[in-house]
Ligand binder design. Structure first.
Ligand code: 2AM
Ligand code: CA
Length: 270
């Protein structure tokens, strides 16, 4: 983890969030190494992974609580923990659990901060690639030391999109909607990817790697940090009804600037 030792001038808030992610990442990296061995054991790494997940969340909780004692929490494992009623950390200690479980090196820690109704900061850390994505409202979005900007591609034909394929939690109606949308979009774009971490999909839109990303049936902790990143990189985020109620609706469409309108028309009318 190169970036822990490098001098980076981040705001005190982003420093707290980043250092918390780095701390939790140390355990996850160790556990990921173990999971790679457990693939061949008959029992598999299932229980081990859920413990790794909880351990990471505990570290994040402890660190953030120490730094900002009055803030509340919304976390994947522990749920809601009340605070000052104004600030809430929205935390996914391990986004991309299925990848982690299968020893696929694509997962992240996601920490978002909400103040009132607004998402004001986000950090997403991919410990394997040592990529730290961070953004604070009004301060721009960054990947390690580099300022981020959404991609400039302006035609659907050139665009690469990311999505989430429905899995066991989805209803039959949700699966049908997904297939219909896929059928509409596929011939119009250059490709579609399913990498399995919603947080990293959003971070990649912010980084200009994907032109857009859509998914439904998500939780607030999958999206909170990534929403701030995309917006601060100059992109747009709405839910699949075209409104800014992503956390409430559990769906998201994130795009670069140029393709916001055509993609919104395609997704929201489908
Ligand atoms: P998680 O790894 O924190 O559970 C991608 O579709 C999103 O859905 C991920 O961010 C992932 O978050 C969540 N998800 C939960 N269960 C999943 C599963 N069985 N397969 C794929 N994604 C899953
Ligand atoms: Ca998640």
């Amino acid at each position: 983890m190169v970036h822990q030792t490098r001098m980076i001038s981040r705001s005190p808030l982003l420093n707290v969030m980043s250092n918390t992610a780095f701390k939790a990442a140390r355990g996850l990296i160790r556990d990921f190494g173990e999971v790679e061995h457990l693939q061949v054991s008959r029992k598999g790494p299932g229980d081990f992974v859920s413990i790794a997940d909880k351990k990471a969340e505990e570290i994040i909780y402890k660190e953030l609580k120490k730094a900002r004692p009055s803030y509340g929490f919304l976390m994947e494992e522990s749920g809601e923990i009340g605070g000052d009623g104004e600030h809430t950390w929205i935390v996914d200690p391990l986004d991309g659990t299925t990848n982690f479980l299968h020893a696929i090196p694509h997962f992240a820690i996601s920490i978002g901060l909400q103040k009132g109704d607004e998402l004001i900061a986000g950090v997403i850390y991919d410990p394997i690639k040592d990529e730290l994505f961070y953004a604070e409202k009004g301060g721009g979005a960054f990947l390690n030391e580099r300022r981020l900007r959404v991609s400039a591609r302006s035609t659907l034909q050139d665009s690469l999109l990311a999505t989430g394929i429905p899995w066991a939690r989805h209803t039959s109606a949700e699966r049908q909607t997904f297939l219909k949308t896929l059928d509409t979009i596929t011939p119009l774009v250059s490709g579609i990817r399913r990498f399995g971490s919603a947080a990293l999909d959003l971070a990649y839109v912010a980084a200009g790697r994907y032109e857009g990303y859509w998914e439904s049936t998500l939780f607030p902790w999958d999206m909170a940090a990534g929403i701030v990143l995309v917006r601060e990189a100059g992109g747009y985020v709405c839910d699949l009804q075209g409104k800014e109620t992503m956390l409430e609706m559990g769906s998201v469409l994130a795009t670069n600037q140029a393709l916001h309108q055509p993609l919104t028309e395609l997704f929201v009318s489908n």
